[in-house]
Ligand binder design. Structure first.
Ligand code: HEM
Length: 501
């Protein structure tokens, strides 16, 4: 009896303590709100208790391959910054360049990556992508020089994988380029990191790629559940992660054992020198492999998807590629950078289809974002400690007030015009961020654009005719079916009809 009284008493005290803390926290938040002139952002209305309809909508839109369209609709319906209640937890969303600047740069220290580390750790291990704070800073300082363009200025690292890709393509006929681009970028990235490609374009068995894909698929599902990620895992996940790790270890061992030979990876040797042990080295390598493979494969897939649906753009690009072919000598990175229209085609593709279309950060302390609140949606908003803020670069890149009334159209020429985004320095810097921006901006930006540009040129040089196959759908941009993993893929692939001379 006494025990029951003690337990009940304890429960009453605990509930009282929580109510008191909540009230105190609310009061503190109100005070801060007043101090900074904050007003609440518009609330995405729920139709069902606990925001269950939100979860339902997300699963339905995902199964219909139009998740990005749903997010775009939410922002258009509500405002460029919004709040939503999701399973009793408030969460924020924004596509305002001013807020992006705060989250990614001026208030960088108020945010971290939230559950990202726990969600991905079994697969990625410890590395730049899964770290925050001082360990992240150290990784970034160590990796940045390894990705300088002088390491691939002569394009040598891309050459053999591209030869293999062209070999794998038919002389003429219809082919789905998307899976081949995933193999290409795996071969390029492993060649760069390990000094030795896994040659997935040459072989019929893809042990590493299969394990990598299997583990990554589960990681994607864990991401969806955020704090409840631990519900998904299980034996198959850990098996796939073990295989990724085993494979990485094998290839690292082989490479480190090599003497000074051309096949020896400078990247691996340099990172090994600065890394404490094998586990840390493996972690960094898997992190970069993940960052570099799918993102670039998606860029290439969307480039060709759009080109075959826009013959005038294809024609203009071909003129530039033909001009490059007349230059003679070896193609170099500088030639690709000077190919202005090709650069605009890639820029426009990443505007409409940024490889990382949505991302999140978590507030590590209560903070203020500069805009999105109140009736005019221009007042600062308060972000309480622990809240997540999602940002949809996909939606921001389609804002007509930033890119013009034809923002939904694929038109590379816009990059030579005076777009609304150019009229405000914050918009100009933070309104177009396919590679993110600020202290955590992508370290592989130049590598990726060089790789993709080289692939486009080599493919177009081999095939004077690349067309849309008969029967392939031509939808408005954004209406086609999309597959959202950690990156944005084309659901039905990128089918093109090739014809070589
Ligand atoms: C079209 C291709 C690519 C796109 C669109 C892209 C985009 C991005 C984005 C949006 C981020 C920020 C992620 C975040 O903060 O949550 C990022 C980070 C990163 N990317 Fe890329 N990326 C691409 C290719 C590459 C390649 C090829 C490499 C390396 C070979 C690479 C290495 C990295 C690294 C190391 C980071 C982490 C930076 C940090 O946290 O400090 N990326 N990338």
């Amino acid at each position: 009896m006494l025990a029951i009284v003690v337990i009940v008493g304890f429960l009453i005290l605990e509930v009282g303590r929580r109510i008191y803390n909540n009230k105190r926290q609310l009061k503190e938040l109100e005070l801060l709100s007043c101090q900074y002139g904050c007003e609440p952002p518009p609330l995405l209305q729920n139709q069902r208790p606990f925001g269950l309809d939100r979860l339902e909508q997300i699963f339905r839109a995902d199964s219909e391959s139009r998740l990005m369209e749903l997010f775009l609709f939410h922002f258009r319906q509500t405002g460029w910054t919004l709040k939503q209640e999701f399973l009793c937890t408030p969460a924020y969303g924004t596509v305002d360049p001013e807020n992006m600047e705060a989250i990614l740069s001026s208030k960088f220290h108020d945010f971290d990556n939230g559950p990202r580390r726990d969600v991905t750790f079994p697969m990625f291990g410890d590395g730049i992508f899964t770290q925050d704070g001082e360990p992240w800073r150290k990784s970034r300082d160590m990796l940045r020089p390894q990705l300088f363009h002088r390491h691939y200025e002569d394009l040598e690292v891309f050459k053999t994988p591209l030869d293999d890709l062209l070999e794998a393509l038919p002389r003429s006929g219809v082919v789905d380029l998307q899976p081949l681009f995933f193999r290409l970028t795996l071969d390029v990235t492993t060649a760069f990191l390990f000094g030795e490609s896994v040659h997935s374009l040459r072989s019929t068995t893809h042990r590493f790629a299969d394990a990598f894909d299997a583990a990554q698929q589960i990681v994607t599902k864990r991401f969806r559940l955020q704090d409840m990620y631990w519900l998904i895992g299980g034996k198959s996940f850990h098996q796939a992660c073990d295989e990724v790790r085993q494979f990485a270890d094998e290839i690292i061992d082989q490479n480190l054992a090599k003497k000074e030979t051309p096949g020896r990876s400078k990247f691996l040797q340099s990172v090994a020198k600065e890394t404490e042990d094998r586990t840390a080295l493996r972690g960094q390598i898997i992190n970069i492999l993940t960052a570099g493979r799918d993102t670039t494969a998606c860029l290439l897939s969307w480039v060709f998807f759009l080109l075959v649906r826009h013959p005038a753009v294809m024609k203009k690009l071909r003129e530039e590629v033909d001009h490059l072919s007349t230059l003679g000598g070896q193609l170099e990175r500088s030639h690709l950078r000077d190919a202005k229209y090709l650069q605009s085609v890639m820029k426009e593709t990443l505007r409409l289809y940024p490889s990382v279309p949505v991302n999140t950060r978590n507030a590590v302390r209560t903070t203020v974002l500069p805009t999105g609140g109140g009736p005019d949606r221009k007042s600062p908003i308060l972000i309480p400690k622990g809240s997540s803020v999602a940002f949809s670069v996909y939606t921001m890149h389609r804002r007509p007030d930033l890119f013009g009334m034809d923002a939904e159209l694929f038109r590379p020429e816009r990059w030579d015009e005076d777009m609304p985004i150019n009229h405000n320095p914050i918009h100009q810097k933070w309104g177009y961020i396919p590679f993110s921006a600020g202290p955590r901006t992508c370290l592989g930006l130049d590598f990726a654009l060089t790789e993709a540009a080289y692939a486009v040129v080599r493919i177009m040089q081999k095939y004077p005719s690349i067309r849309l196959p008969k029967g392939e759908a031509v939808d408005l941009t954004g209406v086609e079916k999309q597959k959202m993993t950690l990156v944005l893929q084309i659901k039905d692939g990128c089918k093109v009809e090739l014809e070589s001379t």
